[in-house]
Design a protein around this ligand. Structure first.
Ligand SMILES: NC(=O)c1ccc[n+]([C@@H]2O[C@H](COP(=O)([O-])OP(=O)(O)OC[C@H]3O[C@@H](n4cnc5c(N)ncnc54)[C@H](OP(=O)(O)O)[C@@H]3O)[C@@H](O)[C@H]2O)c1
Length: 476
């Protein structure tokens, strides 16, 4: 009998190519295909020795080289290209076959595609894959959705090529239909928030404490040894320590200060608005990128008055305070992201286990961090935890950090250094712990102009004040 490929990958740009190599390196014969054949040829020429590849020039050849039930991974540009590839391959497949979309699809698209393909008996698995091109090659974090049956056939393969932490694969079945891509979206949203907080910490040390990028890199290296230890802190130190070869200046000083975005952070916030979950840390991060990118507005507003200058006192106290503020704000950002996962899970009936998500984010992905172990412990102890902030460990951490956190927000405000991540995280924290919020006044305003009614603290029911009349209260 001719040997067949165990799995196939179509779309061989950086991600698909490295994922195919990862599969081959793990001993899985892999069929490879790309719209333009040159990429397929290049892959086999360059890396053919790494395992068993079945290069295919046409969709028909590709499908014919797969063992049944067929497992086909799509790694193309999200959106229209994914639909085009599905339309090309689905007619060639049979009931029981599986299509995995490893791209950054919007989970609503994944739900639509899953439902359409289910009608034809084809399993569609939206799988979030994080870790960039290095992760795809050496072990990403994989977040597959789709049916439990499809996970039975795909899970062992995906777990095999995923990152491992303490021998545990960074891959698990997230939940049905779009659950995997939803969780990947929130992962990216948290990544935005985490990066923004780190950037604010840098800005405070640079402009507030007057430190040079090289010195700040050392601070980040130190932090990476402690509770903040994470991939993002580690690479921040690398970036800050880097010198531009052409000018001899710190690399960070020759890069344009306009952050770009591909859209997953924006989607996270859009969906959070629909679900009514305050993900202020992620929203501030998305808006901070938008503000940075609006060069015209920034030029027009450059002369706005305000303080600018460094602290008079020694830097060391600010460094220690910023570490505390960063940790506390990071806890808030993750707490908000996990609340969004819980809300999405409830809305779509996905039964996502938040502890399992923190487990598969411990390695391979961009937000991998020491403290994900703590998050896992928190959800293991209380699967329905209303917020990470009320878990004993995180509560203690924030209790210990909060004086410094408040000082950092005050210092940033006084120096005129924007710290929307730190300050919005603190506002969220104070909002949660407030005994009374001014929302009572908002309800009064809503009743005044729109007769929207309000509820009372002392009686059941909805009420309205006759604002335009004798201002008596009526039950509505
Ligand atoms: N790059 C990352 O770090 C990263 C991380 C996680 C997830 N992702 C996601 O992974 C997916 C792949 O990313 P990537 O960076 O490797 O590639 P990409 O630049 O997003 O896409 C390029 C690939 O898509 C194919 N393609 C585009 N339009 C097509 C169409 N209409 N029909 C068939 N094929 C089409 C291209 O084929 P041709 O060669 O013929 O042009 C090429 O193989 C994306 O969804 C991306 O968002 C990327």
């Amino acid at each position: 009998m001719t040997e067949l490929a165990r799995i196939g990958v179509t779309g061989l740009a950086v991600m698909g190519r490295n994922l195919a190599r990862n599969l081959a390196r793990h001993g899985h014969p892999v069929a490879v295909h790309n719209r333009s054949y040159s990429r397929t040829k290049e892959l086999v020429e360059e890396f053919g020795h790494e395992g068993t590849f079945f290069p295919a020039e046409t969709a028909e050849q590709f499908v014919a080289s797969l063992e049944r039930p067929r497992r086909l991974v799509i790694m193309v540009k999200a959106g229209g290209p994914t639909d085009a590839v599905i339309d090309e391959f689905a007619p060639l497949l049979e009931p029981g076959d599986m299509i995995v979309d490893g791209g950054n699809a919007h989970f609503a698209d994944t739900r639509r595609r899953e439902a359409a393909l289910r009608e034809r008996g084809i399993h569609f698995v939206g799988a979030g894959i994080s870790g960039g091109e290095e992760g795809a090659l050496h072990g990403p974090s994989i977040m597959p959705g789709g049916s439990p049956e499809s996970y039975e056939a795909l899970g062992p393969l995906l777990e095999d090529i995923s990152a491992k932490v303490d021998g545990v694969p960074c891959c698990t079945h997230v939940g049905p239909d779009g659950a995997g891509h939803f969780v990947k979206m929130v992962h990216n949203g948290i990544e935005y928030a985490d990066m923004q907080l780190i950037a604010e910490a840098y800005d405070l040390l640079r402009r507030g404490a007057g430190m040079e990028p090289g010195e700040i890199a050392e601070v980040f290296r130190g932090w990476n040894e402690g509770r903040l230890g994470s991939y993002l802190i580690e690479i921040t130190a690398e970036v800050l320590a880097h010198t531009d070869a052409a000018t001899g200046k710190p690399f960070v000083d020759v890069v344009t200060d306009q952050a770009e975005q591909k859209g997953t952070g924006r989607w996270t916030v859009q969906i959070a608005l629909d679900l009514g979950v305050p993900v202020s840390g992620i929203a501030e991060a998305v808006f901070a990128r938008s503000l940075s990118g609006d060069a015209g507005l920034r030029t027009a507003a450059r002369e706005l008055p305000g303080p600018s200058g460094a602290l008079a006192e020694p830097a060391y106290s600010l460094v220690a305070d910023v570490e505390q503020a960063l940790y506390a704000s990071k806890i808030v950002a993750y707490a908000q992201g996990f609340n969004q996962i819980q809300a999405g899970s409830a809305e779509y009936g996905w039964s996502i286990d938040p502890g399992a998500m923190s487990t598969i984010w411990r390695g391979g992905c961009i937000i991998r961090a020491k403290f994900l172990d703590r998050i896992k412990q928190a959800y293991d102890a209380a699967p329905n935890l209303p917020s990470l902030l009320v878990d004993e460990y995180f509560l203690d951490a924030v209790r210990g950090a909060q004086d410094a956190w408040r000082r950092v927000v005050v210092t940033a405000t006084q120096l005129g250094i924007p710290a929307p991540g730190f300050s919005s995280a603190l506002a969220y924290y104070d909002g949660l712990r407030a005994e009374r919020l001014p929302a009572a006044l908002v309800q009064g305003q809503r009743d005044f102009f729109g007769a929207h009614t309000y509820r009372r603290v002392d009686r059941e029911g909805a009420f309205h004040v006759l604002w335009g009349g004798d201002r008596s209260e009526v039950a509505s």
